[in-house]
Design a protein around this ligand. Structure first.
Ligand SMILES: [Mg+2]
Ligand SMILES: [Zn+2]
Length: 255
């Protein structure tokens, strides 16, 4: 997912000072693994159900930027053997952040319909959300098909320009349906860096690679420990009385 590469996506424009950020003019993007969940579920599946250790070399190569996430995921999933029922049993053990439901409700009260952007797989994410009573949220992610005990990935959001990501989140953020909106990005990992740099307001999980890379690049972000921090942030600045947000988002610059 080559976090340092730019794509053809246009950076979002900085709003004029008199146009204070209104939450209803924002699009909120959530990463899933280790953002909505407390750990990286896809990594957990790979570690739990791989029949060899090939996944480690793929992971290292991806972290060093030698391969993109698509090549990484294709390689890692080749070593997985798991029956559907065992996979489901595993997914049933995954809980989501206790504040996600009320954060979602707050955003929806202010006219925001958030989306999940993930380099994991829609079927896995939907299963976990359903099992935790969350419905109706749009998910942009890779897709998965099961054939006996194999997981076969496909990448409908690979991105025309990028060519490296499984799901090119940066290209998803640049889609026409999100045009004209201020982007708020919530994430933790390397695959979040590129889209975060094109967002107006970024929440980065404290101590994780997204926060580290943004700090190194001298880019502002709000660290969070769990989603209750973000819930309280929005609750404070919206005060639940109106949808005028009395703060200016961090200006987005071309990367
Ligand atoms: Mg993540
Ligand atoms: Zn990409």
């Amino acid at each position: 997912m080559t976090p340092y590469r730019t794509t053809a996506a246009q950076p979002l424009t900085e709003p004029a000072p008199e146009q204070a950020l209104r939450l209803q003019n924002c699009q909120v993007f959530f990463d899933f693994d280790n953002t909505i969940t407390a750990f990286d579920v896809l990594d957990g599946i790979i570690e739990q159900f791989s029949v060899n250790h090939d996944w480690i070399a793929y992971e290292e190569a991806w972290k060093k930027g030698k391969i993109g996430s698509r090549q990484c995921l294709e390689g890692q999933l080749r070593s997985i053997r798991v029956e559907r029922s065992r996979l489901h049993d595993y997914l049933k053990t995954v809980s989501i952040d206790a504040a996600f439901g009320r954060l979602l409700a707050l955003l929806r009260r202010h006219g925001v319909e958030p989306v999940i952007v993930s380099d994991s797989f829609t079927q896995i994410i939907r299963y976990i959300l359903d099992h935790n009573g969350i419905s109706g949220i749009t998910v942009h992610a890779n897709t998965l098909r099961m054939q006996a005990d194999r997981l076969l990935p496909s990448f409908p959001h690979a991105g025309a320009e990028c060519g490296r990501c499984g799901h090119c989140k940066t290209e998803t953020l640049a889609r026409a349906e999100f045009a004209g909106k201020q982007a708020i990005y919530i994430g933790d990992g390397l695959s979040d860096l590129c889209p975060a740099r094109r967002s107006n307001l970024v929440f980065a999980k404290r101590g994780c690679s997204l926060q580290r890379h943004l700090l190194e690049a001298d880019r502002h972000c709000h660290p969070f420990d769990d989603l209750s921090d973000i819930y309280l942030f929005f609750k404070e600045f919206t005060d639940e009385r109106n949808t005028l947000a009395p703060f200016a988002p961090y200006p987005v610059t071309a990367v």
